[in-house]
Design a protein around this ligand. Structure first.
Ligand code: CP
Length: 313
């Protein structure tokens, strides 16, 4: 693996999942692999899980870790040829090359604006780092993708599935704020590469990009979609068509114990209790969100391991 900015960077998903699960037996086995290597993590946006699990993963591999909240540094300019007489003090061309001298791997979190679809879809922050940095880049959630979360979710379903081909439902849920489509996009993409029966359910107007969903089954009737589900992944996202808009806050879409039945409940977290999902689900045995969050470490660790093994030798 030369970078991990999209799930397409995984060359063998089943093998990667298997290796990630094996890491749990001895997370410190490859302490020498990362010795004298440095991971620099750059956060343009807040994080709890991604920040801590990725740092833990890197340290499990013996790496040094440096974290920069980019908003505490100079404002960066991403446009080419701009006259920089406004807020931005430093151009990404210099910044990415300078950071590359301190890092062996750079990980970046940069959310979308949700106001400019074209600009968000260009992934200009992530793509600028890919273009100007001289070391591998890891995506810690970009405008349109959250591949570390998706790999985590694939690991979690593989570990917990009691069937060779489980039914997995991605169910939209209400939320007061406009949230990105990134988690849903990457979850759909990785599930399309797994041996699962995948259905997406959401109110009309919340269709994800057709480039993501392709031929995946979409059912606007949540009750029908949830029938016989083994895993229910609940997530809010704002409208893709009416870009970044909150079109619906219908609480009837909140996940309840009655709707969930015997299925396992998944969510990437953070989650708003009794808005997205009721307490009775999160506090039940059916909820696997804490195990899921634990798998963030092993998803990040297998990605960093593959980068260190294949690219940094
Ligand atoms: N799921 C996830 O990415 O969590 P954080 O935003 O806390 O990193």
């Amino acid at each position: 693996m030369k970078k991990y900015t999209n799930i397409k960077d995984i060359s063998n998903l089943q093998e990667t999942i298997r290796e990630a699960i094996l890491l749990k037996m001895d997370p410190f086995a490859l302490q020498d692999l990362g010795k004298n290597k440095t991971l620099v993590m750059l956060f343009f946006n807040a994080s709890l899980r991604t920040r801590l699990s990725t740092e833990k993963a890197a340290k499990n591999l013996g790496m040094n870790v440096m974290v920069l909240n980019v908003n505490d540094a100079w404002n960066l300019e991403f446009e080419d040829g701009t006259i920089m007489n406004a807020n931005a003090s430093e151009h990404i061309k210099e910044a990415a090359q300078v950071i590359s001298q301190y890092a062996d791997v750079i990980a970046v979190r940069a959310f979308p604006s949700l106001t400019d679809k074209q600009k968000d879809e260009s992934e200009f922050v992530l793509q600028s780092f890919i273009k100007y940095a001289t070391v591998p880049i890891v995506n810690m959630e970009s405008a349109t993708a959250h591949p570390l979360q998706a790999l985590t979710d694939a690991i979690t379903i593989t570990e917990l599935s009691e069937k060779p081909k489980p039914k997995v439902v991605l169910s939209w849920a209400p939320h007061p704020k406009a949230l990105p489509q990134a988690v849903a996009n990457s979850f759909v993409e990785i599930m399309q590469n797994m041996d699962v029966d995948l259905t997406i359910t959401h109110p009309k107007g919340y269709e994800l990009s057709k480039a993501i969903t392709k031929n995946t089954s979409i059912n606007h009737n949540q009750e029908e979609a949830l029938k016989n589900a083994d895993f229910v992944y609940v997530k809010n996202w704002s409208s893709y068509k009416d870009y970044g808009k909150v079109l619906n806050q219908d609480q009837n879409w909140m996940m309840t114990k009655a709707k969930l039945g015997s299925a396992k409940f998944m969510h990437c977290l953070p989650v708003r209790r009794n808005v997205v999902v009721e307490d009775a689900v999160l506090d039940s045995e059916n909820s696997v969100v804490i195990k899921q969050a634990n798998n963030r470490t092993f998803a990040a660790q297998i990605v960093l391991q593959q980068i260190l093994e294949n690219h940094l030798k």
